[in-house]
Write a protein that binds this ligand. Sequence first.
Ligand SMILES: Cc1cc2nc3c(=O)[nH]c(=O)nc-3n(C[C@H](O)[C@H](O)[C@H](O)COP(=O)(O)OP(=O)(O)OC[C@H]3O[C@@H](n4cnc5c(N)ncnc54)[C@H](O)[C@@H]3O)c2cc1C
Length: 392
Amino acid sequence: MEGIKGDNLLKDKKVAILGGGPGGLTLARLLQLKGAEVKVYERDFNKESRVQGAIVDLHFDSGLKVMTAAGLLDSFKNVYMRGADKYRIVNKEANIYLDETNDGKEDDFNNENFRPEIDRGVLRNLLIDALLPDTVVWDSHFLSMEQMNDSWELKFKNGTTAFADIVIGSDGHLSKVRPYVTDIQSLYSGTTIIQGEIENPESACPEMYNLVNNANLLAMDIGKTIAAQPMAGGGLTFYAASLYPENWTKNSSINFNNPDEVYAYLVDYYKKWNPVFFTLFKACKQFIVRPLNYFPIDQHWEAKSNVTLIGDAAHLMPPSGEGVNTAMLDAFDLSECLCNEEFNDLKTAIAAYENKMRSRAAVLAKEAIESIQDFASPSEQSIKELIEMFQS
Ligand SMILES: Cc1cc2nc3c(=O)[nH]c(=O)nc-3n(C[C@H](O)[C@H](O)[C@H](O)COP(=O)(O)OP(=O)(O)OC[C@H]3O[C@@H](n4cnc5c(N)ncnc54)[C@H](O)[C@@H]3O)c2cc1C
């Protein structure tokens, strides 16, 4: 990777990417391919810190396209989770409505409907390994920054500081960079999920392990859903989703740090369901409760000349399978704009990127907001439609 040449806007500039999630790491890789000087500041203590959450699927026109542009598609093909893109949909009795696990379809990266899944931690390692040594500065929990002439002084929780000419916020849904770009706040979607992980499901809850069968399991009944997915290393992640009032987490009397209390709540909430699902809750030793928020779809701000946002920090939306893919597309578009010699200055380049990013995100966020209720609180009709969609 050679240094930036010619009139490129990043010539002699230091780029700080705040947050080493899929968006930030992809951006670092793409910018390094163009010769830019880049550091990624990540709050996790080191590379071994465990990435929470289950698998994510990359799509033909977004995640996979960007992996190709980053020269990483072959590495991806070596580590994606075969079979995990298949769906199993069951009812509350755990009777199977739809099963793709034996459909006999071959993995085909040329098929635009093929959406290979990858464990989040595996994806993170793949992206980190593609960066120049010491690109990621671990234990760098960003707190604030101050403008010093044309550059920024960044301040981290561990007392260290750093300088950068351009700052990119890829620090996710509670971004601390976002307030330097816009004061537009997120809104509550009406859905809250209770998430759990089980490291050894084969022994801790074997019936559930078999029901998931290394696929994407959706268990649906009127008003509530449980989703479960495999993780690398044989684990399982699950999400218990439903509609709850805003601030329910704070206002409920449940101590979400006490697994016994959460277990008792879930068993009561799902009391009409097959007890096999309770084995999932029993095996979980730590729950995370996530009210799902989103940024308004018509959000707009005036571009700055030296700070911008990508991924969830820019356009948080309810989960719809697009979040990682969109964060990677943002990384691609921003790297193309910042290194495009046709723009006269950084502000124009950032404005061009942000316009494209916001228009794309508005369409996806609208779909995600409309579909989250059908996921978290399905009706008889929406379950029927979902099954028909998979069958077609
Ligand atoms: C329950 C659930 C399921 C989902 N399922 C899917 C799915 O199947 N497919 C999909 O595409 N998307 C899914 N998403 C959405 C997806 O997780 C996000 O859209 C995606 O991870 C956004 O990537 P990002 O790089 O912008 O941010 P993140 O992945 O959130 O990464 C942000 C990074 O910044 C770091 N960070 C945060 N604050 C700071 C700070 N102050 N200083 C330094 N570092 C910091 C974090 O440690 C993290 O590494 C799901 C989301 C949820 C909640």
